[in-house]
Design a binder for this molecule. Structure first.
Ligand code: SAM
Length: 340
C-alpha cells in the first residue's frame, strides 16, 4: 500500500525518537543545561512502539530510524530493536547516535538485528568537541565508532553539522578519517530548527561553498547520479571516495520528503518544522485497534502539505525558529524531542 500526501509524496520513512534526554549539550541543538523533559509515564513502551510501527508498515512505511535525544540512553534498547527487526515489512532499520555509549552497546545492537549506524561527529579535535558539546567524551565517541566496525556493521555514516568558524576547517579531515573507519561522511548544513536558538544565517556554510572548498583540496568532484528520496546529495572524489551533503538550509528537499517523526511520547509530526502534531499515544492507550489507529494516520498523511524547510528559505529575514521561552512551554517544538 502507498499512501500519498497532497504533493504525491509517499508515507515511507519513520523516525522514532526513543527518548528526549541527551548526554551532550551541543550548541546547535541543546544549548541550555536544563530542559523541560517529557514525563516518564508518558513515554511509549517498546510494545506500544512495536504496535504503532505495525500500523505504519501496513500503510507503506518500510524504513525506520531510531533517534532522540540520545537513543542509547533508553534502557534496554536492543529489546526494541529485536521487536522491530522481526517485522518483515521493514527493509531498513537504522539508528542515529552521538556515539558516546556505542563502545558498550555496538555488539548488542548488531545482535538484536539493527541494520545500520549513523554517528554524529562534528569534530576530530577533543578540545573543540568539549567546547561544542560541553562534555569531554570525545575519546568515547571515537571508541564507539571503532566498535561499530568491529561489531560487523557496514554502511556506517558519520554526520557533521558544519558551522562557520566552529568546524568548517575540518571537512577534508573528516573525509580522511571516515576512510579509515570505513564510513561515509554526510555534511549537514546548520539548520534553524527548534532548539537551535543560536542559529544565524552567517554561521551556515552552504553546499556550494563546501563543494568549492573540497574541490580546492581534492580536485574534481563529480555528483553521483542516483534516484533517491534520501536527503543527501552524494558526490565522488577522483579516487572513488563518496560523501554526501544534506543541504536542508540552502536547497531543501521538501518536494521528495517521505519522512515523518514519532516522539518518545507518541506525538506524530509530518515535518521537522511543523508546529502541531497528532497524538497517537492517547488513542493507543484508550484501546484503539489497528484500523482505528490507521484511520488517524492515513488521512493525516493524505492531507499533508508541509514544506517546512522551503517555507523557511522563502523568508527574507531568518532568525531562530522558536524562542527559548516558547520552547520551555512546549518541549515538543525542540529538535531533541522530535528526533533529528
Ligand atoms: N543524539 C543523536 C545524535 O547526536 O546523533 C540523535 C539525535 S540528534 C538531534 C540527530 C541529528 O540532528 C544529529 O545528526 C544532529 O547533528 C542533527 N542536528 C541537531 N540540530 C541540528 C541543527 N541545528 N542543524 C542541523 N542538524 C542538526
Amino acid at each position: 500500500m502507498v499512501v500519498r500526501d497532497l504533493y504525491g509524496r509517499a508515507l515511507r520513512n519513520l523516525r522514532i525518537s526513543v527518548t528526549d534526554r541527551c548526554n551532550l549539550r551541543c550548541a546547535y541543538c541543546m544549548p541550555e543545561e536544563e530542559y523541560v523533559w517529557l514525563p516518564r509515564e508518558e513515554l511509549l513502551h517498546f510494545e506500544e512502539i512495536g504496535r504503532l510501527v505495525d500500523v505504519f508498515v501496513a500503510l507503506g512505511v518500510d524504513k525506520v530510524r531510531l533517534t532522540g535525544g540520545e537513543p542509547l540512553l533508553r534502557r534496554d534498547l536492543p529489546r526494541l530493536i529485536r521487536i522491530l527487526a522481526a517485522k518483515p515489512g521493514l527493509r531498513d532499520l537504522a539508528i542515529t547516535t552521538n556515539g558516546v555509549l556505542l563502545a558498550d552497546q555496538a555488539v548488542a545492537l548488531r545482535g538484536a538485528g539493527l541494520h545500520r549506524v549513523t554517528v554524529s561527529l562534528d569534530t576530530l579535535r577533543p578540545a573543540r568537541f568539549t567546547a561544542l558539546t560541553r562534555r569531554d567524551t570525545h575519546a568515547q565517541v571515537l571508541e564507539g565508532i571503532a566498535a561499530v566496525t568491529r561489531a560487523g556493521f557496514t554502511s556506517t555514516k558519520l554526520d557533521m553539522v558544519v558551522m562557520r568558524g566552529v568546524n568548517d576547517d575540518e571537512l577534508a579531515d573528516l573525509i580522511e578519517f571516515a576512510r579509515t573507519v570505513p564510513a561515509e561522511v554526510r555534511f549537514i548544513e546548520y539548520m534553524d530548527v527548534g532548539g537551535a536558538t543560536r542559529w544565524s544565517m552567517d554561521k551556515v556554510v552552504g553546499r556550494a561553498e563546501m563543494l568549492e572548498r573540497l574541490e580546492r583540496h581534492y580536485g574534481t568532484i563529480t555528483p553521483v547520479a542516483e534516484e533517491s528520496t534520501a536527503p543527501a546529495d552524494r558526490y565522488r572524489l577522483a579516487d572513488g571516495t563518496v560523501f554526501g551533503i544534506i543541504a536542508s538550509t540552502t536547497a531543501p528537499f521538501c518536494s521528495d520528503c517521505d519522512r515523518s517523526r514519532l516522539t518518545a511520547d507518541g506525538m506524530w509530526y509530518l515535518c521537522l518544522y511543523a508546529q502541531q502534531g497528532t497524538d497517537l499515544r492517547g488513542p493507543l492507550r484508550a484501546g484503539a485497534d489497528d484500523e482505528a489507529l490507521a484511520s488517524l494516520i492515513r488521512p493525516g498523511w493524505q492531507e499533508r502539505r508541509d514544506r517546512g524547510a522551503e517555507a523557511r528559505l522563502a523568508l527574507r529575514d531568518r532568525s531562530p525558529l522558536v524562542e527559548v521561552a516558547r520552547l520551555k512551554q512546549d518541549p515538543h517544538l525542540e529538535m531533541h524531542t522530535r528526533g533529528g
